[in-house]
Design a protein around this ligand. Sequence first.
Ligand code: UDP
Length: 195
Amino acid sequence: MDKVNVLGVNFDKKTFNQFQNEFIGRMNNHESTFVVTANPEIVMAANENPEFMKVLQEDTDYITADGIGIVKAAKILGEPLPERVTGYDLFLWLMKVANERGLRVFLIGAKPEVIHAVQEKIARNYSNINLVGAEDGYFTEDLDLVARRIERTQPDLVFAALGFPKQEYLLSILRKNATPALMMGVGGSFDVFSG
Ligand code: UDP
């Protein structure tokens, strides 16, 4: 088995390096790819929210163990996961790849001043990224409308920092539409990145 089921959530038994190789392959093929980096809070929330659990079970392509609690739980279940793979580490690596390759990146989430600081940091340190969208996460429109706006920019990478489950709900719309991007919910990563 290449997955480990922890309270209904199927985690991929992959190292950081293995995820990197898979993601590069899928990005090269422009495959629609939805990644969730799930911590124990996400697993608990999904167990209390059937709609969120359905998204995790049916719409995602990869789920990483974003927290040592998940790695420990898998070990207790007798199906160890190789290591913890955090959303922030994947985000930083994907931003580096995006800069090296001049990829089209759409960012959505965090407070207006935070996303502004993120934009400035990208202009300074990741100037080869083609930033096709940078919006704060306090919109009032339907997620469907937001998803359509994201799709129109033809991004290669979409990062949503809206907190769970909202970020996963938004990205699941894109994934169901087979939007040819790699998309990932990144929680509070923009706040950290901008600081
Ligand atoms: N956030 C947002 N829109 C919302 C709610 C939250 O953009 O409607 C942002 C918030 O500003 C923060 C990020 O989502 O940057 C993650 O929030 P939180 O720390 O609550 O989530 P977690 O990291 O626990 O998933």
